[in-house]
Design a protein around this ligand. Structure first.
Ligand code: NI
Length: 407
């Protein structure tokens, strides 16, 4: 009896085992449907993408070519491999998809570029290990053409400048930026190919205008060449009269009289730069020009904590060439429209008369609080303020005047 039971048990085990092997076998070899470039194919379920590809000679698709930098074929099948996708996902050619474009700095230099050919280093996924699921959607395309490895010789393309319009304020609207030219030198072919300008330069663009306030009459009082010992009495008068002005300060003066620089800021006046040492900027070479502006701005910052990018060039001498050299340093160059000619020392009444007779809505009035004996300016200032108030003017800084343009 026990023996019969044992036999039945063994038979059952064998039947189950055979059934399992049979189901496994069916799963391995049952036919499934896949599509290749839209055409249906019947394959057995264990078929890999690699086998399918090999059986159909890549469905007519070819690897890409390896090209020289001038585009000549160096190796017919030396480019990227035939490209497969499975259910929308790329397989096997991820490395080959890299572009040939070389990123990097625009300095004049030669750099090595691997090119788009991951030549000999490409390690695509083994298609033989890619199983095909039921209803797999496969696409096949030719491989990409790749360019040989090459050195890239870069040279700068200088930018230009355009200063447009007329008026008292020059405002930078675009900084200059160098462009880049490239020559590619093929490492296999030895060819040199001029790729021309691969990055266009950006010109310096400056707009010139005169603010036109429309709601009420304003003037901007400006003082140049300080700070100096004359700045204190001028600040006293402005404070007493409740008037804000703009000081275009010389860097070495700001270093010598930081207390006045600080007082100007504390009392609500605008401070801007009048260079470091008051040179004629038309006569400076580019390095001297940049140094003088940089140091002037730095001294104002050191004395008062104010970061300004506004310049009034000494004598107003600042043209396209100067903008070309300094568009990364300053945003504004501001001149004047009413010259009191105080520098001629014509006497306080003449200075006051010049301001009062020449003022108009939006005028930028030039006076001085440094660079010589400014006692005539001190004597003239109360009368100028009172007189202009009497004519209905309000006093604004240059920043305020710009903000009122058309308002
Ligand atoms: Ni000056």
């Amino acid at each position: 009896m026990a023996r019969i039971l044992l036999i039945i048990l063994l038979v059952l085990v064998v039947v189950l085992a055979l059934t399992g092997v049979g189901m496994w076998g069916y799963n391995q070899f049952r036919p499934i449907t896949v599509s290749v470039n839209g055409a249906e194919q019947r394959v057995s379920a264990n078929t890999s993408l690699g086998k399918l590809a090999a059986d159909h000679d890549d469905f007519g698709a070819k690897p890409g070519k390896l090209l020289s930098v001038s585009g000549k074929v160096l190796k017919r099948d030396g480019g990227g491999p035939v490209r497969y996708t499975l259910n929308g996902k790329g397989i096997g050619d991820a490395d080959a998809a890299k572009d040939a474009g070389a990123a990097g700095s625009a300095k004049s230099a030669t750099t090595s570029n691997k090119g788009s050919a991951a030549y000999g280093t490409n390690a695509p996924i083994d298609l033989n290990k890619v199983k095909l699921p039921e209803n797999a959607k496969i696409t096949v395309k030719d491989g990409k053409n790749l360019t040989e490895q090459h050195d890239v010789r870069r040279t700068m393309v200088p930018f230009g400048v355009s200063v447009n319009g007329h008026g008292v304020i020059q405002k930078l609207v675009q900084r200059g930026k160098q462009g880049v030219k490239e020559v590619w030198i093929g490492k296999i072919s030895g060819e040199q190919v001029d790729k021309g300008v691969v990055k266009e330069p950006k010109n310096v663009i400056v707009d010139t205008f005169s603010p036109k306030p429309v709601t009420h009459k304003v003037v901007a009082l400006t003082f140049d060449d300080g700070p100096s010992q004359y700045s204190g009495p001028i600040l006293d008068i402005l404070k007493e009269k409740g008037v804000k002005a703009t000081f275009f300060d010389v860097g070495n003066g700001a270093a010598a009289w930081p207390q006045f620089e600080q007082r100007m800021v504390a009392e609500g006046h605008q401070v801007a730069s009048h260079s470091y040492s008051h040179p004629d900027m038309f006569k400076l070479n580019p390095d001297q020009l940049r140094d003088n502006i940089t140091q002037g701005l730095a001294n104002i910052k050191a004395a008062s904590g104010v970061t300004t990018k506004m310049l009034r060039a000494p004598y107003g001498n600042f043209g396209p060439n100067q903008w070309l050299q300094t568009s990364d340093l300053i945003d504004y160059n501001v001149i004047w429209t009413v010259d009191t000619e105080d520098w001629k020392k014509p006497g306080a009444p003449a200075i006051a008369n010049a301001a009062l007779s020449k003022a108009y809505n939006g005028a930028v009035i030039l006076m001085h609080d440094g660079g010589g004996d400014r006692s005539e300016d001190i004597a003239a200032l109360p009368g100028i303020i009172d007189g202009l108030k009497g004519q209905g003017y309000e006093f604004v800084t240059i920043d305020q005047l710009m903000a009122m343009n058309g308002k």
